[in-house]
Design a protein around this ligand. Structure first.
Ligand code: ASP
Length: 343
């Protein structure tokens, strides 16, 4: 008989563990021990759960590479002792954290599942309990002594998604996330329905390696009709800037005005990496499909294909933390490293 799965529950902060400050009316983080008192059901789960909390829980708007690093270190330190990890995290930047962790963890072979909630766990109508309980159940799924999920995921409102495919789409609905370009991995109904063929398969010969370096000399620029030469020039002249995620129109289209193209061309010749992602909530960049993207392709702009902006910016920070030639950088970026884009 298989022994019980061992799950480490890591509390970083977020609404799930907050309560109302009655003086100000604002939601503030409270003690993790109290959080667990609200979910006695955890004792009924078929797994052993240990918990650890950030000393100072954060609202996820305060997430940054340093804090991401300590989260990754907590998982790395406990990696061999546990079968899976559930990370309680604010929903606001959860898609960024899930994307970043997916790149930072090379050769991951155990589940790292992020979840949170729209209402605090103590709230009568909370979505926190279902999210927390099912995230733990999914992290505990095993076959032949190995975890079934072997990647970084996000669980919210009855669905498990590949983390680096997600984006927060609603600040109010319980269904706060979407994975526009990749189907969900597990659906929770009366039974857990796992789409095995969609899951990443780990290479058990390889050891986990965590890359902690994320280069923050990057920026996201969303195009809009009316963007001016001074604005683009100012952005591209930021000191030490190494990479830019350019949110373009439709299938990767941008103005064909001379000033625009020559600024992009010059930035690339000066060594900047320019990634083309679409502003559309679903679909893919296809440079060359229209005249308005052919020049971008000719300049050496990198295609983000159907990657989300969250995954693009974190992949950029991750790859800039390594040493690649310009040509290699483009090749690697356009490849799927952790299932974040469709090749
Ligand atoms: N502001 C909160 C956070 O992201 C919202 C949430 O937890 O859902 O930390």
């Amino acid at each position: 008989m298989q022994s019980k799965a061992k799950i480490l529950l890591i509390y970083t902060g977020g609404t799930i563990g907050m309560s109302k400050d009655f003086e100000t009316g604002a939601l503030v983080a409270f003690n993790f021990g109290q959080l667990l008192q609200h979910v006695p059901e955890l004792k009924l789960l078929e797994c052993d759960i240990e918990t650890v909390s950030f000393e100072k829980p954060i609202d996820s708007s305060n997430m940054n590479p340093e804090i991401l690093g300590s989260l990754a270190a907590t998982i790395e330190k406990n990696y061999t002792q546990f079968d899976g990890f559930v990370v309680l995290h604010g929903s606001d930047t959860m898609a960024y954290t899930a994307s970043a962790l997916s790149f930072m963890f090379e050769n991951l072979s155990k589940p790292v599942i992020l979840t949170g909630s729209q209402l605090p766990i103590g709230d009568l109508r909370t979505d926190a309990k279902e999210n927390l309980i099912t995230a733990i159940q999914v992290a505990s799924l095993r076959e032949n002594g190995r975890s079934i999920v072997q990647e970084v995921c996000l669980y919210f409102e009855y669905k498990l998604y590949r983390g680096n495919r997600t984006t927060k789409v609603n600040a109010e609905h319980f269904q706060a996330f979407n994975s526009p370009n990749y189907p969900c991995l597990v659906e929770s109904g009366v039974h857990l329905k796992t789409n095995l063929s969609l899951l990443l398969k780990a290479d058990f010969e390889q050891k986990l390696h965590v890359q902690y370096t994320l280069d923050t000399n990057v920026v996201i620029l969303k195009l809009f009709p009316g963007i001016s030469e001074v604005v683009l020039a100012a952005m591209l002249s930021i000191k030490n800037l190494k990479g830019i995620v350019l949110e373009t129109y439709g299938s990767g289209n941008a103005p064909t005005e001379e000033w625009f193209l020559s600024l992009i061309q010059k930035a690339i010749s000066d060594g900047l990496h320019v990634i083309n992602v679409t502003q559309c909530s679903a679909g893919s960049v296809m440079m060359g499909q229209y005249e308005t993207s052919t020049e971008l392709k000719n300049c050496g702009v990198i295609s983000g294909k159907d990657i989300t902006t969250e995954a693009a910016i974190t992949k950029l920070m991750y790859l800039l933390g390594q040493d690649h030639t310009k040509a290699d950088f483009k090749l690697i970026f356009e490849k799927s490293l952790r299932g974040e884009l469709t090749e």
